[in-house]
Ligand binder design. Sequence first.
Ligand code: PHE
Length: 342
Amino acid sequence: MALSEFLQELDALKSDASQRFEEASTQEGLESARVEFMGAKQGKLKATQKQMGTVDKADKPMAGKKLNEVKSAIDSAFEAAQSRLQAGAGGGADSAKGPRFDVTVPGATVQLGRLHPITQTIEELKDIMGRLGFSVVEGPEIEDVWHNFEALNISPEHPARDPLDNFYIGLAQATNNEPRLLRSQTSTVQIRVMEKTKPPIRIISLGRVYRPDEVDATHYPMFHQMEGLLIDQRVTMSDLKSVLRLFATSYLGGDVHIRFRPSFFPFTEPSVEADYYWDGRWVEFGGAGMVDPAVLTAVGYDPEQVTGFAFGLGIERLCMMRHNIRDIRHLFNNDTRFLSQF
Ligand code: PHE
């Protein structure tokens, strides 16, 4: 065989083999192409190699050199095809063994959480009161007798201190007659703020309070209150009424009517129950009044110099009225079918 013919045959073999390797789309296809070209017994490369015996002796070095080149070119074409199939098995990034990514499979829905309706109400109340100039303060939920009763002018004999009406903590072990309790009202925060701050004061405090009430549609042993406190010179009852009315119209919308009924709290004088006219009836929203001089004295203020008002509203009731929720237990059962409506 002439040298040129042999060289041509090698070139043809090289491009055939490369093409077949490149076209192989499965491991099986690539393997059969490998056997066809590189097979040790019947492979086409082997057959061509055998023909070298018929090339002129003088041309043999040239033919051998070309044969080696073609052999290694075919080898690398095979290796390239093999790594292409391995890497490409997952459509790109995945390994050949991993599952293929099927873009037609429906995705899993991500369940987004949301704020609890009470939390949403609290945020809105802070917003409204913030616009009226009240800043937010917090107080502890575990209180001492001074802040929950004493400083609020609630005397030792007062029924509000009854162990049956409060969650005292470790009453039996209490030393120095200083038991602690879960606060029964947010009015505790009034005392804490006035003890630390000079007037004028204009704050609200929103948080949990605890009372051992029987659970029913309107009672729960834990609920939330918004306490308000304003102390300054010459503060009057009409300031209290204006603030509560502005609050009501902002929160409930429209021109909401409000009414004061005489009441009694040891820490305010005079004291009132505040009602809002809502949905055709009067609804009680909480207690309020002018801060009692005894309380101002207890925190070191001079009742001749400053006066102020305080109020305490039930947050659950505000939330339930607005959303037409009829049973307070819905708010704390944590049933997502209920909660996801808000
Ligand atoms: N602390 C009272 C209650 O829990 C409400 C209140 C607050 C009344 C402030 C007057 C002034 O019932």
